[in-house]
Write a protein that binds this ligand. Sequence first.
Ligand code: MV4
Length: 497
Amino acid sequence: MEKVLVANRGEIAVRIMKTCREMGLSTVAVYSDADRAALHVSYADEAYRLGPGPATESYLRTDLILEVARRAGADAIHPGYGFLSENATFADACVSAGITFIGPPASAMRTLGSKTKARQAADLSGMPRVPGSVTGLSSVQEAIATASQIGYPVMLKAAAGGGGKGMRAVWSQAELPSAYVGASSEAERSFGSGEVYLEKLIQCPRHIEIQVIADMHGNCLYLGERECSVQRRHQKVIEEAPSAVVGEDLRRRMGEAAVRLALSAGYVNAGTVEFLLDAEQKFYFLEMNTRLQVEHPVTELITGLDLVEMQLHVAMGQKLRLRQDEVQLRGHAIECRIYAEDPGNNFLPSPGKITRLLQPSGPGVREDCGVYEGWNVPLEYDPMLSKLITYGATREAAISRMLRALDDYVIGGIRTNLGLFRRILSDSDFRSANIDTGYLDRLLSQVASDKDGSVPEQIISLAAVILSERREKVKASSAVALASRWKSAGRSEGLRA
Ligand code: MV4
């Protein structure tokens, strides 16, 4: 392998290319018309235009991407996350064209891509899963019969789904017929398949996932867990590793179950096994993501490993270079997903020109960024700007560093969710790791009710949000404030000299 085409954009494209460079591999970027001036384009050794802005005419055009690979002489393609990363047909097409797909075999992607087939694979490997059906339901009658067996509340889910689409919680038999029709038609619209199945509803679960990586020689490792319970509308907002509630024994049991599933599904390369963890610390298999995930850096920081490097080694046919007993978790890492969006206006995307960008750095701070000062954030794609990741010896240290790094971060010209992170990281429930998948919704409705409420404590928390937003604006718009901030830093340097 000598030349890698990265079939993606933004921070993940840049992050993948950084490792390629370190390994002496040359890099090929692809871009749409909306991304001509994007960071990943200038970072790559070569860059090729795909087509117009919409992803369906550019980043999702498998034919154009394979044509670029041929023209550029790339011998491997890294799909990143999203776009074509979980498309088994694309993985097959790469192999047919003689190009290495840096990801799992298409067959494993197909098995695990179907949620019902994945549940069957879980059973085969002895993995604990949520009670319920392992095949699609064929009628409302069958749904009623199955739900009676499981016991209410239950959850309807799309077999082809993921990400919460085509999902309905059902609390009683009376609600089931309309929920069945609703979930099935939403699944049909979203995924082209109306197949749905039933699961027992797990209430107030935590979302914990295990990173695995397997080579082509039958070796597979688990690299600890990530806690991803801070979510909004099935979009993760903050992730951390390790989870504050996962001890050594639970970690080993979840990790070994994840490895068994990966091996039994013929999995190769990096993947993530998602679990729900209930209040009694029982874990249930949810699904397996067959890609490198957005939140992989927190695992990298606590393991000291480079997951992209491992992906490339594995894709080259090499053996994993360490054994399970050599995987050591150290310290704590937290990631905040920085978005161009307006938390004060229903999280509406806020594309536009970045007029000012001061990026945090320093001890224990990593920023995986896809933008630069002066660039126009396009409206065509997911508006994630960067990921801010901090590391510390303890969870408290990582949080303190994150608060410092957020204060050091200046993004001018567009609205961002920086202020929201300050709010979450100073919240007492978050600080005591008292979080579940409903945590952020509860916090946000509290902030919203503060706006018309009269409870002094809530007024104080609202004031904190407003003040941090004002501070944001002052930092971003006032050149004088910025100059004096840096000048005073310079002056104290001078005094010391
Ligand atoms: C569940 C569940 C409770 N019980 N399944 C949401 C997205 C999809 N991947 C699975 N999801 C859930 N499945 C059962 N049987 C609760 C969720 C869920 C959730 C899961 C992970 C992270 C955030 C979530 C937010 C709401 C619901």
